[in-house]
Design a protein around this ligand. Structure first.
Ligand SMILES: [Zn+2]
Length: 399
């Protein structure tokens, strides 16, 4: 389905071929990009729409600040040839016709190497009306993957945030980014957002047992967005959905009322939505259903395949987010075969920040870790995670 390549960091390679796939000529018809903050290391994803599959190669200059991805035998058929991006990760991208090829030249503020970039193709998707695509992911340099360990005293720096939705139509058509700046954490239930001009509140309950409580489950990614991809090609979106469906059943068995943001392999907002639109659509499901909690299900990924383990992210916007994260993490952390407990971690993630009720985002192992990827394919393991999360939620509602 998806052809992807981890660019192994063997030497400081200056040029490296990616793959040979097709010799058909194709056009580049569109380019979209987004900053993704829902991974241990934030990254910029650039998606080029194509009329047919193409070959590509990538090279990084000696300084490490200019990366060129060359699409072979391709014509440039979009006017979006100069994109201003994220100053922390990729400052800009330019598309240039160079004889029969198109070069995508990406400038990074810091020196990167092949371990920081992934290039992969996505096939035409008739169901979701998507063309062939080439995807370039470049991760932020100089930031450590977030890791705070649960058990001792979790180090909680009060998250402070606002969201910057980039709507500069001129230079950044269809592009967007969420980011952090300084603003005090808001009190519970009073969060108005750009997409919600009215101050909407949800009168969530935090105790009294799980029976009758309303829970929104958000299966991470879906549709045009595969999420992270494992070494054998397992897509995060195809793991988060079955775990979420199983979790729904487990919670219903305990008497909860459960909504999912998606129940099939689709975008929640719609194909090609910007990151914030897509994520706000998920948050809106929780709001519309007057949920008591919101839980987003994800699988982690990292460039080093030996990294593994289980973590739960929260955003400390109410006095209950941390408790919810702790109760769930306590149940899932020691899942057999996984690399252990990575703890609860504060995360300035869109769905956590914008949810109007206590919310968590679980990262159930690393899809980039071959051992954990294999386990994540197992129906039994998926069921165990679902049951453990449900038990954690049940504990949370005990107060
Ligand atoms: Zn994810």
């Amino acid at each position: 389905m998806l052809r992807k390549l981890w660019l192994a960091l063997l030497f400081t390679v200056i040029a490296f071929p990616l793959w040979a796939m097709s010799v058909r000529a194709a056009d580049v018809t569109d380019v979209n990009w987004v900053t993704r903050n829902d991974a241990p290391i934030p990254f910029v994803r650039v998606v080029l729409s194509l009329t047919a599959p193409v070959d590509a190669s990538a090279s990084i200059d000696k300084a490490g600040t200019t990366t060129t991805v060359q699409l072979k035998n391709v014509k440039l058929k979009t006017d979006d040839t100069s994109l201003t991006m994220d100053p922390k990760i990729v400052t800009k991208a330019q598309l240039k016709q160079s004889s029969k090829n198109v070069n995508v030249v990406l400038n990074t503020p810091n020196s990167i190497d092949v371990g920081d970039i992934k290039v992969f193709s996505l096939k035409k998707d008739k169901v979701n009306n998507k063309p062939d695509r080439m995807v370039i992911d470049i991760q932020q340099k100089g930031v450590a993957p977030r890791s705070v360990y649960y058990g001792s005293t979790p180090k909680v720096t009060k998250p402070t945030a606002t969201s910057t939705v980039n709507t500069d139509k001129k230079s950044n058509k269809k592009s967007s980014t969420t980011n952090t700046s300084t603003q005090p954490a808001k009190p519970p239930t009073v969060v108005a957002t750009a997409s919600q001009p009215k101050a909407v509140t949800v009168d969530y309950k935090t105790s009294g047992g799980i029976a009758g409580k309303v829970i929104t489950i958000d299966p991470g990614h879906g549709g045009s967005d595969p999420g992270a991809i494992g070494p054998t090609g397992l897509m995060e979106k195809n793991v988060t959905l079955p775990i979420s469906m199983k979790l729904k059943k487990a919670l219903e068995a305990k008497g909860a009322k459960v909504n999912l943001t998606r129940t099939t392999d689709v975008d929640v907002y719609g194909p090609n939505a910007s990151g914030p639109d897509e994520l706000q659509a998920r948050v809106d499901v929780g709001t519309a259903n007057k949920s008591d909690i919101f839980i987003s299900v994800h699988i982690n990924s990292f460039s080093n395949p030996s990294v593994g383990g289980i973590s739960t992210y929260y955003y400390d916007k109410t006095q209950y987010d941390t408790r919810l994260a702790s109760r769930i993490q306590a149940k899932i952390a020691d899942e057999a075969g996984f690399s252990g407990d990575r703890g609860i971690q504060p995360g300035n993630l869109y769905v956590l920040r914008r949810s109007l009720m206590p919310a968590v985002l679980v990262e159930l192992g690393f899809i980039s870790n071959p051992k954990e990827e294999a386990l994540l394919k197992s129906d039994a393991v998926q069921q165990e995670f679902a049951d453990e999360i449900a038990d954690g939620i049940e504990n949370y509602f005990r107060g």
